[in-house]
Design a protein around this ligand. Structure first.
Ligand code: G6P
Length: 366
């Protein structure tokens, strides 16, 4: 811990450290001259399974939910993602050819550790993705992958999340490579693209200064609804978690396509919507959900690219414009506005950003 280094809060400092975390992660797991994965930095048995089971809590769980899409898309491996406190008691039959992956910033979370022990007792292979090398989970897992986020002080996790996303993405590419789904040309193209991400993230952080005025439109709200599809949905969940953790505003996240099955009944002009709509095949569907809520009076904050904002311009109250990027990097980039929005709402409300009430950085009791 080197202090706040001029930032008002640790959380803001840690948000600004994310380009560096991404750069450190890439340099650790990839060769920056040949733009290839350093295969030996991943456990050697990583591609020998036909199912992946991801178990985690809180923000680490949402990282797993984002990564589920990557494992399925790039590595063609079916994935289940579970909340540790549910998984450990569910007695789900575990198929022997499953790799279990436990994600934890601290490596000490009681439920995730218990889930790891339970899985080991069943004789399955267990790897962990951790930010603390000396943690209990590091000692008890068959092997572990490191996130290179450095010490995180803010209770609301930011840079650890981005660090987790990066390693999970590289792990998906590593499995794809081992199973012959990613040839050398595609590997080099993907890794080369990822090396542009630190600069891309820094640019987005600089451009998001205007988010403060959008935050002021949320600070009086009692409730908010975050919507997204595809990887936009776990990002919406993470954005809602950040907002409730530090600003104490009730924030709920829903898959945008599920709106019509319930939450649309909540919509009126007192229910602001944060809509995550990155470009891609799902964008037009997400924007039609936007029209549905706008028609019922909701004030919409849209996070999208230039095209998405143009298409929805008459229905939105605020827009957060994101640069166009390779779809593989989208979840990492789109995390930033969600973190900064929550941060600025909390600052405006005057809450204790780094030490929110009732929360602990690491929950070592059940
Ligand atoms: C606590 C923290 C969260 C964190 C969660 C899981 O609730 O406040 O920020 O996401 O634990 O922690 P872990 O260390 O297992 O990632």
């Amino acid at each position: 811990d080197q202090g706040k280094q001029g930032y008002r809060h640790y959380m803001l400092k840690e948000i600004h450290q994310q380009p560096e975390v991404v750069r450190n992660t890439l340099n650790h797991y990839c060769d920056n001259a040949s733009f290839t994965l350093k295969d030996e930095t991943f456990p050697s048995n990583i591609a020998r399974f036909d199912r992946l089971s991801i178990v985690a809590c809180g923000t680490s769980y949402y990282a797993g939910m984002v990564a589920r899409t990557w494992f399925e898309k790039y590595a063609a491996i079916p994935v289940e993602a579970d909340i540790a406190s549910e998984y450990r008691y569910r007695e789900s039959p575990l198929s022997p050819n499953t790799l279990s992956l436990f994600i934890s910033q601290s490596g000490e979370t009681a439920d995730t550790l218990a889930a790891l022990r339970y899985t080991k007792e069943q004789g399955l292979s267990c790897i962990s993705l951790l930010n603390v090398d000396t943690s209990t989970m590091a000692a008890e897992s068959d092997s572990f992958l490191r996130t290179l986020a450095g010490v995180e002080i803010g209770v609301a996790s930011t840079k650890a999340f981005t660090g987790q996303l990066m390693v999970l993405l590289l792990m998906a590419l590593r499995i794809a490579k081992a199973s012959g789904r990613l040839n050398t040309a595609a590997e080099k193209a993907a890794i080369k693209e990822l090396f542009t991400l630190p600069v891309g993230l820094s640019n987005v952080i600089d451009q998001l200064a205007s988010i403060k005025s959008i935050a002021s439109s949320l600070m009086q709200s009692e409730h908010t609804l975050f919507l997204g599809r595809g990887t936009g949905f776990p990002l919406a969940q993470e954005g809602a978690l950040k907002l409730k953790e530090i600003s104490y505003i009730h924030a709920e996240a829903y898959p945008a396509g599920e709106l019509k099955h319930g939450p649309i009944a909540l919509i009126d002009d007192a229910m602001p919507i944060v809509l995550v709509a990155p470009p891609g095949p799902m964008m037009s569907k997400t924007l039609s959900n936007l029209r549905e809520v706008a028609a019922r009076g909701a004030k919409v904050i849209l996070i999208s690219n230039h095209e998405g904002i143009e298409l929805a311009s008459e229905h939105i109250t605020h827009a957060i414009e994101m640069p166009d990027c390779d779809p593989v990097m989208m979840p990492v980039l789109y995390t930033l506005p969600l973190q900064l929005l929550a941060y600025h709402v909390a600052v405006l409300k005057g809450t204790d950003v780094d030490q929110p009430r009732n929360l602990a950085k690491s929950v070592t009791v059940e």
